[in-house]
Design a protein. Structure first.
Length: 507
C-alpha cells in the first residue's frame, strides 16, 4: 500500500510570520555543530603532537563526542517536547560555548576526552531541537522541504567552513583556537534566538519517565562501547559483557515504551516502513563515510604534506556538492520518487568511496576532488530526503522525539564508523616495518611517527616516515573499500524499504 504522508490541515497551512528569520538562528546552531565536528579532524595531528595520546586515546578523542550524543539524543529530544524546544536549544547552546573553552585548554588526553564527552552532552540538545522547531515553523510541505534543505545544506557548509577556518587558525594560533571560535557564534545564536524563535512543546507530554532515560542512556553507550572495544582489540569477555548489558537495557527500554501511556519514544513509529527505511539509510550512510572523513584530513596533511588551510580547501568539493543537492532534493524527490533519490544518492557515495580504495601516497588532487564532490552530492540528496520523510511522518507534537531518532541514527553511525573503520586503519597501520631505534609511540598513530621522526637522524627518519605513510594509506584504502560495501548495501536496502514512499503533497 502506498505510504502517503498526511496533508496539512487548514490550521497548519497558515504561514507563520518571521519563520525565515527564525530558521537563520536554527541553521546557525547546525553550522556550529558541523564546524566543531570537522575542525577536530584537522586539529588531530596537532593534538597528537601536543598531548601525546595513545592510538586508543586518539580514537576516543574522535568518537566519545558521538558516543555521548548517541546515548542522549532520544532523552533530549523528548525533554524538548516537554519543557520547550526553544528553551532546551538556548540552554544547550550556552553550555556548548562554555564547554568549548574547556576543550581548548585541555592539557592531557584524559582531560580532552572528558571535555569532548561534556560537549556531547550539550550537543545532544541542539540537533533534535532545530529539526523539531522547523517542523513547527513550516507547515506548508514545499516550504518545509526547502527549510530542511537549507538546514542540511548549512550542515554541509559547516564541513567546508570548519576545515578552512580551522586550517587558517591552526597555521596562526595553537590548536585550542579551533574550539574558541564557537564562542562568538553561540553569543549571536542565543541573543538573536531569544527574540526570534517561538516556543513550542507537546501540550500533553505526560510524566517524565526516569527509568526510560536511564535505560536508553546505558543501552546506547554500552552497545557502542562494546563494538568499539571489539573492533579495536578483538573480541573479549569484557566487550561481550558490556555489549550484553547494553542489549538488555535497550530491550528493556523498548518493552517499557510499549507499555507506557505516554512513552519517551513512540516505538510504533518504526512500524512504518518509510520511517524505518529512512532511519536505517541514515545510520548506514554515516557509518560508511565517517571513518574515511576522520582520517582523510590526516592523509592530506601527514601523507601528502599539505598545510592545514590547504587541506581544508581540498575537502571543499564535498560540501559544495552537498549544499547544491540539499537545496533541490525535495523537488527532485517529488518529481521522481523518494526511493530513487535516496538509493541513487547512496549508490553514488558508495562508488566514490570505492574509487578512493585505489589511492596511494601520490594520488593527484583531481581524482580526490572528483570523488569528494560525488560523495557530497549523493549524501546531500539522501540526507535531505530522509529527514523530510522522518519529520513529515509524525504529528508536530512528537517532532522532537522523531528528530532525535534521526539524529541518533546519524551519531550512532558516526561513532560506529570511526570505531570500526578507524580501527581498521589503526590495526593495519600498527604493523608497519620500522627501522631499528624507532620509538614505540611511532606505532600508535601517524602523528606519533611524524613527531618521532623529527627527533631522529635522517638515516632513520626517512625510512620510518616512508613505511609509516605507506602503512597508513594501506589502512585507509582498505577502510574505503569497506565503507563502499556498506554504502552499496544501504542503497539496496533503501530501494526496498522506501518503495511507494512519497513526500507530503504540495497542492
Amino acid at each position: 500500500m502506498t505510504s502517503t504522508l498526511r496533508p496539512a490541515s487548514t490550521t497548519e497551512a497558515v504561514k507563520r510570520p518571521g519563520r525565515w528569520l527564525a530558521l537563520s538562528v536554527l541553521v546557525l546552531a547546525v553550522l556550529l555543530v558541523a564546524v566543531d565536528a570537522t575542525v577536530l579532524g584537522l586539529a588531530t595531528p596537532f593534538i597528537s603532537e601536543d598531548l601525546n595520546p595513545s592510538g586508543t586515546q586518539l580514537l576516543w578523542i574522535g568518537d566519545v563526542y558521538s558516543f555521548v550524543i548517541a546515548g542522549l539524543l532520544v532523552t533530549m529530544g523528548s525533554l524538548g517536547d516537554r519543557i520547550g524546544r526553544k528553551r532546551i536549544l538556548l540552554v544547550g547552546a550556552t553550555a556548548f560555548g562554555a564547554i568549548s573553552v574547556l576543550n581548548a585548554y585541555a592539557t592531557t588526553p584524559e582531560m580532552m576526552i572528558a571535555a569532548r564527552a561534556l560537549l556531547g552532552v550539550a550537543g545532544a540538545t541542539l540537533m533534535p531541537a532545530t529539526l523539531a522547531l522547523i517542523r513547527n515553523l513550516f507547515h506548508d510541505p514545499r516550504e518545509r522541504s526547502l527549510a530542511i534543505g537549507i538546514w542540511g545544506a548549512t550542515a554541509s557548509a559547516g564541513t567546508a567552513v570548519g576545515p578552512i577556518v580551522g586550517g587558517f587558525l591552526l597555521e596562526h594560533f595553537w590548536w585550542g583556537s579551533v574550539f574558541l571560535i564557537n564562542l562568538p557564534v553561540m553569543i549571536v545564536l542565543v541573543l538573536v534566538g531569544i527574540r526570534t524563535l517561538p516556543e513550542s512543546r507537546n501540550p500533553r507530554p505526560g510524566p517524565w519517565d526516569v527509568s526510560s532515560v536511564l535505560l536508553s542512556l546505558v543501552g546506547m553507550i554500552a552497545v557502542v562501547y562494546a563494538v568499539k572495544e571489539a573492533a579495536s582489540h578483538g573480541p573479549s569477555w569484557e566487550a561481550l559483557a558490556v555489549g550484553a548489558l547494553g542489549a538488555a537495557a535497550l530491550y528493556g527500554f523498548v518493552r517499557r515504551q510499549l507499555t507506557l501511556p505516554t512513552p519517551l519514544l513512540d516505538m510504533r513509529l518504526f512500524a512504518r516502513r518509510g520511517f524505518s527505511g529512512a532511519v536505517l539509510a541514515d545510520l548506514l550512510t554515516v557509518l560508511g563515510m565517517s571513518g574515511l572523513v576522520f582520517f582523510l584530513s590526516q592523509y592530506l596533511q601527514l601523507v601528502q604534506g599539505r598545510r592545514p588551510f590547504e587541506a581544508g580547501l581540498a575537502e571543499l568539493p564535498a560540501a559544495v556538492g552537498a549544499v547544491a543537492a540539499g537545496l533541490v532534493a525535495g523537488q527532485v524527490a517529488r518529481r521522481h520518487s523518494v526511493r530513487a533519490v535516496v538509493s541513487g544518492g547512496l549508490a553514488a557515495v558508495g562508488l566514490a568511496l570505492g574509487a578512493l580504495a585505489f589511492i596511494d601516497q601520490s594520488t593527484g588532487y583531481p581524482i580526490l576532488g572528483a570523488a569528494l564532490l560525488i560523495v557530497g552530492v549523493g549524501a546531500g540528496f539522501s540526507f535531505t530526503v530522509t529527514a523530510d520523510v522522518i519529520l513529515g511522518s509524525v504529528p508536530k507534537d512528537q517532532a522532537g522525539a522523531a528528530s532525535a531518532v534521526s539524529e541518533t541514527a546519524y551519531e550512532l553511525g558516526a561513532a560506529l564508523g570511526i570505531a570500526l573503520l578507524g580501527s581498521i586503519v589503526t590495526g593495519i597501520y600498527k604493523g608497519f616495518p620500522a627501522p631499528a631505534g624507532t620509538p614505540a609511540e611511532a606505532h600508535e598513530s601517524l602523528g606519533g611517527a611524524v613527531e618521532s621522526a623529527a627527533h631522529l637522524p635522517a638515516s632513520t627518519a626517512e625510512p620510518l616516515l616512508d613505511a609509516a605513510r605507506q602503512s597508513f594509506v594501506d589502512g585507509l584504502t582498505f577502510a574505503s573499500a569497506a565503507g563502499a560495501t556498506v554504502l552499496l548495501a544501504a542503497a539496496a536496502a533503501a530501494w526496498f524499504m522506501l518503495k511507494n514512499q512519497t513526500l507530503e503533497p504540495t497542492d
